[in-house]
Design a protein around this ligand. Structure first.
Ligand code: CUA
Length: 336
């Protein structure tokens, strides 16, 4: 028996259901532009909802016209009315709508790019393969290095200076505001003002190579006093290992030459090629937003680096005995 054709209305219903499900699924979570937690993100979400509403109205009108034309208006058309429809709905209407959106978009620009002279927080971020070098610069000029994590005080403007040495990345915290490309040979800037506390996620929004999709970072918006405490903690050197096994981990870390690439301030490890690990155990995530922060994840990262993040510059140390991996993991996890 030949398959019966699916009625047009069934297609329409399915499409509408899929659209609503997709739209609602994107409304929540730590990386949603539609659940804004920043001044810029709020303006962008407003614009998005108006555009979405307008698109739904236009879609319903177009589908209605298509149904009318195929079901009911199959006789001869009045040429004058048809011309009017083409000129009115095909040229005049889109011109008015797009001009309105253009004006709205231009008026948003000053809000999305506020002057950063008064910014309370200054952060330099460098996009690397495939992680983020983050440096907080204090008012008195001190530089505090960390990696793959941004923390900000709520209600205060933060100014970001963005760079990349080789390929184009794009720095994006969807919950807080718009994104900005990191372009080799140029310095770009972004300003974000969080409006509520919470834990969010940032991501690279420009294809940059093999592990582009694994280039994320944790974001936490904190009360100003908690932020000041956190930053003071980041500026301090590392605590010494708290257990004999962690102490053995530190000895292995130094013996294997990890310090050629990584710094642990307060120890002889002072490399600058890879992420600063002084407080790595206290970060929201590991491996630039892709692993939880616990000893198992440290061991996995060190032993199976390229399974976890293909093409990462760090060589894997899978040849190490399990006990050594464990000791290293415990040492690093204790660097809070
Ligand atoms: Cu970095 Cu995509």
């Amino acid at each position: 028996m030949p398959a019966r054709p699916i009625p047009v209305l069934t297609h329409v219903r399915r499409l509408m259901a899929a659209t609503v499900v997709l739209a609602l699924a994107a409304c929540d979570g730590p990386q949603s532009t539609l659940n804004p937690a920043g001044v810029g993100a709020e303006r962008i979400a407003d614009l998005w909802w108006w555009m979405f509403g307008g698109a739904v109205v236009i879609w319903v009108l177009v589908i209605g016209l298509a149904l009318y034309a195929t079901r009911f208006g199959t006789g001869q058309h009045d040429v004058r009315k048809a011309r009017l429809l083409i000129v009115g709905a095909g040229a005049v209407f889109p011109t008015i709508v797009l001009a309105g959106l253009l004006v709205w978009g231009l008026r948003l620009m000053p809000v999305l790019r506020p002057p950063t002279g008064t910014a309370a927080v200054r952060v330099e971020v460098e996009g690397l393969r495939w992680w983020w070098r983050v440096t907080y610069v204090t008012a008195d000029g001190r530089r505090i290095p960390l990696a793959n994590e941004i923390r900000l005080p709520v209600g205060q403007l933060a100014a970001f200076t963005l760079t990349s040495p080789d390929v184009i990345h794009s720095f994006w915290i969807p919950s807080l505001g718009g994104k900005m490309d990191m372009i080799p040979g140029r310095v770009t800037e972004l300003a974000l003002e969080p409006t509520r506390t919470g834990v969010f996620r940032g991501a690279c929004a420009e294809y940059c190579g093999t592990s582009h999709a694994l280039m994320q970072f944790g974001v936490e918006v904190m009360e100003p006093a908690a932020f000041d405490d956190w930053l003071a903690g980041q500026a301090a050197p590392a605590e010494p290992p708290a257990s004999p096994e962690a102490e053995r981990g530190q000895a292995l870390f130094l013996a294997f030459g990890c310090g050629a690439c990584h710094a642990v301030r307060g120890t002889p490890a002072d490399g600058t090629i890879g992420p600063d690990l002084t407080h790595v155990g206290g970060r929201l995530t590991l491996g630039a937003g892709i692993l939880p922060n616990d000893p198992d994840a440290f061991a996995r990262w060190i032993g199976d680096t390229h399974e976890v993040k293909p093409d990462a510059e760090m060589p894997p140390f899978g040849m190490l005995p399990e006990a050594d991996l464990r000791a290293l993991a415990l040492y690093l996890d204790g660097l809070t």
